[in-house]
Design a protein around this ligand. Structure first.
Ligand code: HAM
Length: 421
Protein backbone atom coordinates (compact mmCIF):
# COMPACT_ATOMS: atom_id res chain seq x y z
CA UNK A 1 0.00 0.00 0.00
CA UNK A 2 1.22 3.49 -0.80
CA UNK A 3 2.57 5.44 2.15
CA UNK A 4 0.53 8.39 3.36
CA UNK A 5 3.52 10.58 2.57
CA UNK A 6 3.39 9.79 -1.13
CA UNK A 7 1.52 12.17 -3.39
CA UNK A 8 -1.88 10.94 -4.60
CA UNK A 9 -1.85 8.60 -7.63
CA UNK A 10 -1.48 10.59 -10.83
CA UNK A 11 0.14 13.55 -9.08
CA UNK A 12 3.81 14.17 -8.30
CA UNK A 13 6.33 16.19 -6.38
CA UNK A 14 8.83 17.79 -8.72
CA UNK A 15 12.26 18.43 -7.20
CA UNK A 16 15.45 20.02 -8.43
CA UNK A 17 17.11 19.50 -10.82
CA UNK A 18 13.93 18.43 -12.65
CA UNK A 19 12.08 21.60 -11.63
CA UNK A 20 14.88 23.67 -13.22
CA UNK A 21 14.19 21.91 -16.50
CA UNK A 22 10.49 22.81 -16.15
CA UNK A 23 11.51 26.43 -15.73
CA UNK A 24 13.60 26.20 -18.92
CA UNK A 25 10.61 24.90 -20.90
CA UNK A 26 8.34 27.60 -19.48
CA UNK A 27 10.87 30.37 -20.09
CA UNK A 28 11.36 29.26 -23.66
CA UNK A 29 7.56 29.20 -24.18
CA UNK A 30 7.28 32.76 -22.87
CA UNK A 31 10.09 33.84 -25.14
CA UNK A 32 8.83 32.14 -28.33
CA UNK A 33 5.15 33.03 -27.93
CA UNK A 34 5.92 36.65 -27.08
CA UNK A 35 7.70 36.91 -30.42
CA UNK A 36 4.37 36.12 -32.07
CA UNK A 37 2.59 38.77 -30.02
CA UNK A 38 1.15 36.55 -27.26
CA UNK A 39 0.97 37.72 -23.65
CA UNK A 40 0.72 35.69 -20.46
CA UNK A 41 -2.64 35.31 -18.76
CA UNK A 42 -3.14 33.51 -15.44
CA UNK A 43 -6.68 32.28 -14.98
CA UNK A 44 -8.07 30.76 -11.75
CA UNK A 45 -7.47 27.07 -11.18
CA UNK A 46 -11.16 26.58 -10.40
CA UNK A 47 -14.19 28.05 -12.11
CA UNK A 48 -17.96 27.62 -12.08
CA UNK A 49 -18.66 24.17 -13.51
CA UNK A 50 -20.81 25.48 -16.36
CA UNK A 51 -17.82 27.40 -17.80
CA UNK A 52 -16.34 24.01 -18.72
CA UNK A 53 -19.50 22.00 -19.44
CA UNK A 54 -20.85 24.52 -21.92
CA UNK A 55 -17.66 24.97 -23.87
CA UNK A 56 -16.04 21.52 -23.77
CA UNK A 57 -19.37 19.78 -24.43
CA UNK A 58 -21.42 17.56 -22.12
CA UNK A 59 -20.98 14.52 -24.37
CA UNK A 60 -17.20 14.51 -24.02
CA UNK A 61 -15.15 12.10 -21.90
CA UNK A 62 -13.65 15.06 -20.06
CA UNK A 63 -17.03 16.37 -18.91
CA UNK A 64 -18.72 13.01 -18.40
CA UNK A 65 -15.98 11.13 -16.60
CA UNK A 66 -12.95 13.19 -15.74
CA UNK A 67 -13.75 16.52 -14.13
CA UNK A 68 -12.98 17.19 -10.48
CA UNK A 69 -16.26 18.83 -9.57
CA UNK A 70 -17.29 19.75 -6.04
CA UNK A 71 -19.76 21.90 -4.20
CA UNK A 72 -18.38 24.71 -2.11
CA UNK A 73 -19.89 25.70 1.23
CA UNK A 74 -22.32 28.02 -0.55
CA UNK A 75 -23.70 25.11 -2.60
CA UNK A 76 -22.11 26.36 -5.85
CA UNK A 77 -20.83 23.73 -8.27
CA UNK A 78 -17.14 24.37 -8.96
CA UNK A 79 -14.61 22.48 -11.07
CA UNK A 80 -10.82 22.28 -11.11
CA UNK A 81 -9.89 23.32 -14.64
CA UNK A 82 -9.44 20.27 -16.88
CA UNK A 83 -7.96 22.39 -19.70
CA UNK A 84 -7.07 25.99 -20.40
CA UNK A 85 -9.25 27.16 -23.28
CA UNK A 86 -12.61 27.54 -21.50
CA UNK A 87 -11.23 29.70 -18.66
CA UNK A 88 -9.20 31.80 -21.08
CA UNK A 89 -12.27 32.49 -23.21
CA UNK A 90 -14.27 33.32 -20.09
CA UNK A 91 -11.59 35.83 -19.09
CA UNK A 92 -11.50 37.39 -22.55
CA UNK A 93 -15.30 37.54 -22.83
CA UNK A 94 -15.40 39.17 -19.41
CA UNK A 95 -13.54 42.11 -20.91
CA UNK A 96 -16.11 42.48 -23.66
CA UNK A 97 -15.82 40.69 -26.95
CA UNK A 98 -15.08 43.81 -28.92
CA UNK A 99 -11.77 44.03 -27.08
CA UNK A 100 -11.34 40.27 -27.21
CA UNK A 101 -11.04 40.15 -30.99
CA UNK A 102 -7.41 39.78 -31.93
CA UNK A 103 -6.24 38.96 -28.37
CA UNK A 104 -3.39 36.50 -28.19
CA UNK A 105 -2.69 34.88 -24.84
CA UNK A 106 -0.98 31.90 -23.24
CA UNK A 107 -1.53 30.38 -19.86
CA UNK A 108 0.87 28.01 -18.08
CA UNK A 109 -0.18 25.88 -15.14
CA UNK A 110 -1.76 22.78 -13.67
CA UNK A 111 -4.88 21.11 -15.08
CA UNK A 112 -6.88 18.30 -13.51
CA UNK A 113 -8.53 15.25 -15.02
CA UNK A 114 -9.61 12.14 -13.14
CA UNK A 115 -8.11 9.71 -15.63
CA UNK A 116 -6.59 6.31 -14.89
CA UNK A 117 -2.95 7.17 -14.17
CA UNK A 118 -0.37 5.75 -16.59
CA UNK A 119 2.95 6.87 -18.02
CA UNK A 120 2.21 10.32 -19.47
CA UNK A 121 -1.35 10.34 -18.12
CA UNK A 122 -1.68 12.23 -14.87
CA UNK A 123 -4.54 13.51 -12.75
CA UNK A 124 -2.73 16.75 -12.14
CA UNK A 125 -0.75 17.62 -15.24
CA UNK A 126 0.59 20.90 -16.60
CA UNK A 127 -0.25 22.58 -19.84
CA UNK A 128 1.04 25.46 -21.81
CA UNK A 129 -2.24 26.58 -23.30
CA UNK A 130 -2.09 29.06 -26.16
CA UNK A 131 -5.06 30.90 -27.70
CA UNK A 132 -5.58 33.47 -30.45
CA UNK A 133 -9.06 34.95 -30.56
CA UNK A 134 -10.04 35.69 -34.11
CA UNK A 135 -12.47 34.96 -36.90
CA UNK A 136 -11.89 32.02 -39.22
CA UNK A 137 -8.55 32.51 -40.87
CA UNK A 138 -6.53 29.71 -42.46
CA UNK A 139 -3.43 31.89 -42.09
CA UNK A 140 -3.92 32.22 -38.32
CA UNK A 141 -4.45 28.45 -37.99
CA UNK A 142 -1.28 27.76 -39.97
CA UNK A 143 0.75 30.33 -38.03
CA UNK A 144 -0.38 28.71 -34.79
CA UNK A 145 0.80 25.26 -35.91
CA UNK A 146 4.05 26.70 -37.17
CA UNK A 147 4.64 28.47 -33.84
CA UNK A 148 4.05 25.22 -31.95
CA UNK A 149 6.47 23.29 -34.18
CA UNK A 150 9.13 25.97 -33.75
CA UNK A 151 8.74 25.98 -29.99
CA UNK A 152 9.16 22.20 -29.86
CA UNK A 153 12.24 22.33 -32.09
CA UNK A 154 13.67 25.14 -30.00
CA UNK A 155 13.54 23.17 -26.75
CA UNK A 156 15.18 20.18 -28.43
CA UNK A 157 12.29 17.93 -29.46
CA UNK A 158 12.95 16.73 -32.95
CA UNK A 159 11.18 13.58 -34.02
CA UNK A 160 7.70 15.12 -34.11
CA UNK A 161 4.79 14.34 -36.37
CA UNK A 162 2.08 16.91 -37.01
CA UNK A 163 -1.27 15.28 -37.74
CA UNK A 164 -3.85 17.47 -39.34
CA UNK A 165 -7.53 17.26 -40.18
CA UNK A 166 -10.63 19.39 -40.55
CA UNK A 167 -13.91 18.90 -38.71
CA UNK A 168 -15.65 21.45 -40.93
CA UNK A 169 -18.44 23.59 -39.49
CA UNK A 170 -21.46 22.58 -37.41
CA UNK A 171 -23.48 22.49 -40.65
CA UNK A 172 -20.94 20.18 -42.26
CA UNK A 173 -21.06 17.90 -39.25
CA UNK A 174 -24.85 17.75 -39.23
CA UNK A 175 -24.79 16.89 -42.93
CA UNK A 176 -22.06 14.26 -42.54
CA UNK A 177 -23.54 12.59 -39.44
CA UNK A 178 -25.99 10.26 -41.27
CA UNK A 179 -23.17 8.81 -43.38
CA UNK A 180 -21.04 8.16 -40.30
CA UNK A 181 -24.03 6.77 -38.42
CA UNK A 182 -24.86 4.40 -41.29
CA UNK A 183 -21.27 3.14 -41.31
CA UNK A 184 -20.96 2.68 -37.55
CA UNK A 185 -24.40 1.05 -37.21
CA UNK A 186 -23.14 -1.79 -39.39
CA UNK A 187 -20.28 -2.49 -36.96
CA UNK A 188 -21.71 -1.36 -33.67
CA UNK A 189 -21.97 -4.84 -32.15
CA UNK A 190 -18.18 -5.18 -31.96
CA UNK A 191 -17.72 -1.74 -30.43
CA UNK A 192 -17.55 -0.67 -26.79
CA UNK A 193 -20.64 0.27 -24.79
CA UNK A 194 -19.86 3.99 -25.01
CA UNK A 195 -19.65 3.82 -28.79
CA UNK A 196 -22.91 1.89 -28.99
CA UNK A 197 -24.56 4.72 -27.10
CA UNK A 198 -22.87 7.37 -29.22
CA UNK A 199 -24.10 6.04 -32.59
CA UNK A 200 -27.43 7.78 -32.17
CA UNK A 201 -26.26 10.47 -29.77
CA UNK A 202 -22.97 12.02 -30.81
CA UNK A 203 -21.47 9.93 -33.58
CA UNK A 204 -18.45 12.26 -33.76
CA UNK A 205 -17.28 11.12 -30.36
CA UNK A 206 -16.89 7.56 -31.70
CA UNK A 207 -14.01 8.76 -33.87
CA UNK A 208 -12.19 9.84 -30.71
CA UNK A 209 -12.74 6.58 -28.78
CA UNK A 210 -9.51 5.29 -27.28
CA UNK A 211 -10.76 1.73 -26.77
CA UNK A 212 -8.38 -0.66 -28.59
CA UNK A 213 -11.25 -2.93 -29.72
CA UNK A 214 -12.95 -0.03 -31.55
CA UNK A 215 -9.85 1.07 -33.50
CA UNK A 216 -10.14 -1.33 -36.49
CA UNK A 217 -13.70 -0.08 -37.11
CA UNK A 218 -12.72 3.59 -36.69
CA UNK A 219 -9.75 3.21 -39.04
CA UNK A 220 -12.06 2.22 -41.89
CA UNK A 221 -14.69 4.90 -41.24
CA UNK A 222 -15.39 7.34 -44.10
CA UNK A 223 -12.57 9.93 -44.25
CA UNK A 224 -13.88 13.28 -42.99
CA UNK A 225 -12.12 15.64 -45.47
CA UNK A 226 -13.92 13.91 -48.32
CA UNK A 227 -17.31 14.58 -46.74
CA UNK A 228 -16.78 18.29 -46.09
CA UNK A 229 -18.77 20.99 -47.86
CA UNK A 230 -17.13 23.09 -50.54
CA UNK A 231 -16.25 26.06 -48.30
CA UNK A 232 -14.71 23.96 -45.57
CA UNK A 233 -12.72 22.02 -48.13
CA UNK A 234 -11.36 25.25 -49.55
CA UNK A 235 -10.54 26.49 -46.02
CA UNK A 236 -8.63 23.28 -45.27
CA UNK A 237 -6.77 23.50 -48.58
CA UNK A 238 -5.67 27.03 -47.67
CA UNK A 239 -4.36 25.91 -44.27
CA UNK A 240 -2.31 23.18 -45.94
CA UNK A 241 -0.99 25.52 -48.60
CA UNK A 242 0.23 28.03 -46.03
CA UNK A 243 1.82 25.28 -43.92
CA UNK A 244 3.63 24.06 -47.05
CA UNK A 245 4.88 27.56 -47.74
CA UNK A 246 6.16 27.82 -44.16
CA UNK A 247 8.00 24.52 -44.53
CA UNK A 248 5.95 22.72 -41.87
CA UNK A 249 5.67 19.00 -42.53
CA UNK A 250 2.39 17.31 -41.60
CA UNK A 251 0.34 14.22 -42.33
CA UNK A 252 -3.41 14.26 -42.87
CA UNK A 253 -5.18 12.04 -40.39
CA UNK A 254 -8.66 11.88 -41.93
CA UNK A 255 -10.27 10.59 -38.74
CA UNK A 256 -8.74 12.99 -36.24
CA UNK A 257 -11.57 14.85 -34.47
CA UNK A 258 -10.05 15.55 -31.00
CA UNK A 259 -11.74 14.95 -27.68
CA UNK A 260 -13.40 18.31 -27.06
CA UNK A 261 -16.60 19.40 -28.77
CA UNK A 262 -15.74 23.05 -29.37
CA UNK A 263 -13.60 22.43 -32.43
CA UNK A 264 -14.48 23.41 -35.97
CA UNK A 265 -12.41 23.44 -39.15
CA UNK A 266 -8.72 22.82 -38.42
CA UNK A 267 -7.71 20.26 -35.78
CA UNK A 268 -4.20 19.01 -35.14
CA UNK A 269 -2.10 16.88 -32.85
CA UNK A 270 1.65 16.68 -32.49
CA UNK A 271 3.00 13.28 -31.57
CA UNK A 272 6.54 12.25 -30.83
CA UNK A 273 8.40 9.04 -31.47
CA UNK A 274 10.65 9.63 -28.48
CA UNK A 275 11.15 6.51 -26.39
CA UNK A 276 9.37 6.47 -23.05
CA UNK A 277 6.17 8.12 -24.21
CA UNK A 278 4.47 4.84 -25.15
CA UNK A 279 0.77 5.13 -25.88
CA UNK A 280 0.51 8.70 -24.55
CA UNK A 281 2.56 10.12 -27.39
CA UNK A 282 0.50 13.28 -28.06
CA UNK A 283 2.72 16.12 -26.90
CA UNK A 284 0.22 18.76 -27.93
CA UNK A 285 -3.15 19.14 -29.54
CA UNK A 286 -5.37 21.93 -30.64
CA UNK A 287 -7.45 23.49 -33.35
CA UNK A 288 -9.91 26.17 -34.27
CA UNK A 289 -12.93 26.51 -32.01
CA UNK A 290 -16.23 28.24 -31.48
CA UNK A 291 -17.27 28.58 -27.85
CA UNK A 292 -20.52 29.91 -26.43
CA UNK A 293 -20.08 30.79 -22.80
CA UNK A 294 -22.84 30.63 -20.20
CA UNK A 295 -24.71 33.93 -20.07
CA UNK A 296 -23.51 34.99 -23.49
CA UNK A 297 -25.29 34.78 -26.82
CA UNK A 298 -22.37 35.60 -29.03
CA UNK A 299 -19.85 32.78 -29.47
CA UNK A 300 -16.10 33.42 -29.24
CA UNK A 301 -13.96 32.12 -32.09
CA UNK A 302 -10.32 31.36 -31.98
CA UNK A 303 -7.53 28.91 -32.55
CA UNK A 304 -5.01 27.47 -30.14
CA UNK A 305 -3.36 24.44 -28.64
CA UNK A 306 -2.38 22.84 -25.37
CA UNK A 307 1.05 21.34 -24.76
CA UNK A 308 1.45 18.67 -22.07
CA UNK A 309 4.51 19.56 -20.03
CA UNK A 310 4.91 16.12 -18.44
CA UNK A 311 5.02 14.63 -21.92
CA UNK A 312 7.63 17.16 -23.05
CA UNK A 313 9.70 16.11 -20.06
CA UNK A 314 9.31 12.43 -20.95
CA UNK A 315 10.31 13.07 -24.57
CA UNK A 316 13.37 15.07 -23.52
CA UNK A 317 14.37 12.89 -20.55
CA UNK A 318 13.41 9.24 -21.10
CA UNK A 319 15.08 8.23 -17.83
CA UNK A 320 13.37 9.85 -14.86
CA UNK A 321 15.27 12.25 -12.64
CA UNK A 322 16.51 10.33 -9.60
CA UNK A 323 17.93 13.25 -7.67
CA UNK A 324 15.54 14.97 -5.33
CA UNK A 325 17.61 17.91 -4.35
CA UNK A 326 16.82 21.24 -2.86
CA UNK A 327 18.71 24.42 -3.68
CA UNK A 328 22.29 24.44 -4.82
CA UNK A 329 24.78 26.68 -2.98
CA UNK A 330 28.23 27.93 -3.92
CA UNK A 331 29.32 28.77 -0.45
CA UNK A 332 28.81 28.13 3.25
CA UNK A 333 29.58 30.79 5.88
CA UNK A 334 30.62 29.01 9.05
CA UNK A 335 31.67 30.26 12.49
CA UNK A 336 31.08 29.99 16.20
CA UNK A 337 29.85 32.49 18.74
CA UNK A 338 26.57 34.32 19.09
CA UNK A 339 28.34 37.69 18.82
CA UNK A 340 29.73 36.85 15.39
CA UNK A 341 26.33 35.74 14.06
CA UNK A 342 25.28 39.18 12.71
CA UNK A 343 28.67 39.52 10.98
CA UNK A 344 28.20 36.14 9.27
CA UNK A 345 24.73 37.06 8.12
CA UNK A 346 25.93 40.43 6.78
CA UNK A 347 28.74 38.72 4.88
CA UNK A 348 26.24 36.23 3.43
CA UNK A 349 24.00 39.09 2.26
CA UNK A 350 26.95 40.85 0.58
CA UNK A 351 27.88 37.68 -1.27
CA UNK A 352 24.26 37.12 -2.35
CA UNK A 353 24.11 40.68 -3.64
CA UNK A 354 27.15 39.73 -5.76
CA UNK A 355 25.13 36.85 -7.27
CA UNK A 356 26.59 34.03 -5.18
CA UNK A 357 24.33 31.39 -3.61
CA UNK A 358 25.10 31.23 0.11
CA UNK A 359 23.92 29.47 3.25
CA UNK A 360 25.20 30.85 6.56
CA UNK A 361 25.31 28.89 9.81
CA UNK A 362 22.34 30.05 11.87
CA UNK A 363 22.48 27.49 14.68
CA UNK A 364 25.89 27.92 16.27
CA UNK A 365 26.83 24.22 15.97
CA UNK A 366 30.38 22.81 16.18
CA UNK A 367 32.65 23.70 13.26
CA UNK A 368 32.94 19.99 12.46
CA UNK A 369 29.16 19.73 12.04
CA UNK A 370 29.18 22.86 9.89
CA UNK A 371 31.86 21.47 7.55
CA UNK A 372 29.80 18.28 7.28
CA UNK A 373 26.82 20.37 6.20
CA UNK A 374 28.95 22.29 3.71
CA UNK A 375 30.10 18.98 2.21
CA UNK A 376 26.56 17.66 2.01
CA UNK A 377 25.49 20.84 0.24
CA UNK A 378 28.41 20.44 -2.13
CA UNK A 379 29.50 24.00 -1.34
CA UNK A 380 32.63 24.95 -3.25
CA UNK A 381 33.82 27.36 -0.53
CA UNK A 382 33.60 27.58 3.23
CA UNK A 383 34.26 30.95 4.85
CA UNK A 384 34.88 30.91 8.58
CA UNK A 385 34.03 33.98 10.61
CA UNK A 386 34.43 33.28 14.33
CA UNK A 387 35.53 35.49 17.23
CA UNK A 388 39.21 35.35 16.30
CA UNK A 389 38.54 36.50 12.73
CA UNK A 390 36.09 39.14 13.87
CA UNK A 391 38.71 40.63 16.20
CA UNK A 392 41.36 40.58 13.43
CA UNK A 393 39.03 41.96 10.75
CA UNK A 394 39.61 38.87 8.58
CA UNK A 395 37.81 35.79 7.26
CA UNK A 396 39.38 32.37 6.65
CA UNK A 397 38.46 31.27 3.19
CA UNK A 398 38.70 27.65 2.07
CA UNK A 399 38.31 26.38 -1.47
CA UNK A 400 36.89 22.89 -0.91
CA UNK A 401 37.91 21.71 -4.35
CA UNK A 402 41.60 22.67 -4.19
CA UNK A 403 41.84 22.69 -0.36
CA UNK A 404 43.56 26.07 -0.76
CA UNK A 405 43.06 28.10 2.41
CA UNK A 406 43.73 31.78 2.92
CA UNK A 407 43.12 34.42 5.54
CA UNK A 408 41.55 37.28 3.73
CA UNK A 409 40.97 40.84 4.95
CA UNK A 410 37.23 41.22 5.47
CA UNK A 411 36.77 43.91 2.76
CA UNK A 412 38.43 41.62 0.13
CA UNK A 413 36.30 38.53 0.76
CA UNK A 414 33.69 39.08 -1.95
CA UNK A 415 36.44 39.60 -4.54
CA UNK A 416 38.30 36.49 -3.29
CA UNK A 417 35.19 34.42 -3.96
CA UNK A 418 34.38 36.15 -7.24
CA UNK A 419 37.87 35.44 -8.59
CA UNK A 420 37.28 31.74 -8.01
CA UNK A 421 33.61 31.13 -8.94
P1 HAM B 1 -6.01 18.19 -25.02
O1 HAM B 1 -5.62 17.40 -26.25
O2 HAM B 1 -7.06 17.62 -24.17
O3 HAM B 1 -6.40 19.64 -25.52
O4 HAM B 1 -4.71 18.41 -24.15
C1 HAM B 1 -3.54 18.99 -24.72
C2 HAM B 1 -2.31 18.22 -24.25
O5 HAM B 1 -2.28 18.15 -22.83
C3 HAM B 1 -2.26 16.77 -24.70
O6 HAM B 1 -1.73 16.65 -26.02
C4 HAM B 1 -1.32 16.16 -23.68
O7 HAM B 1 0.03 16.42 -24.02
C5 HAM B 1 -1.67 16.94 -22.43
N1 HAM B 1 -2.57 16.16 -21.56
C6 HAM B 1 -3.91 16.05 -21.65
N2 HAM B 1 -4.38 15.25 -20.68
C7 HAM B 1 -3.31 14.84 -19.96
C8 HAM B 1 -3.14 14.00 -18.81
N3 HAM B 1 -4.17 13.44 -18.19
N4 HAM B 1 -1.89 13.80 -18.35
C9 HAM B 1 -0.83 14.38 -18.96
N5 HAM B 1 -0.93 15.19 -20.03
C10 HAM B 1 -2.15 15.41 -20.53
C11 HAM B 1 -6.80 20.66 -24.70
O8 HAM B 1 -6.73 20.62 -23.50
C12 HAM B 1 -7.24 21.89 -25.43
N6 HAM B 1 -7.66 22.90 -24.47
C13 HAM B 1 -6.13 22.43 -26.32
C14 HAM B 1 -6.55 23.64 -27.08
C15 HAM B 1 -6.24 24.91 -26.80
N7 HAM B 1 -7.31 23.65 -28.14
C16 HAM B 1 -7.50 24.88 -28.53
N8 HAM B 1 -6.87 25.68 -27.72
Amino acid sequence: MASKMEPLPGTSDIWEPESLEWVRLETSARDVFRRYGYGELRTPIFERTDVFVRSIGDETEVVQKEMYTFEDRGGRSLTLRPEGTAGTMRAIANQGLAQGEGKRVFCIGPMFRGERPAAGRRRQFHQISVEAVGKCSPALDAECISMLARYLQGIGINRIRVQLNSRGTADDRARMAPELQAYFKEHVTVMCEDCQRRVDGNVWRILDCKNAGCQPVIELAPPIPELLGEESREYFAQVRKILDSLGIKYAINPRLVRGLDYYQHTVFEVTSEAEGLGAQNALAGGGRYLITLPGSKKPVEGVGFGIGMERLMMALHPTPFEERGTGHVDLFVAGRGVETQPGRMQLAEELRAAGIAVIAELENRSLKAQFRTANRLNARFVLVLAEQELAAGTVSCKDMKTSEQETCPRPRVVDWVRERV
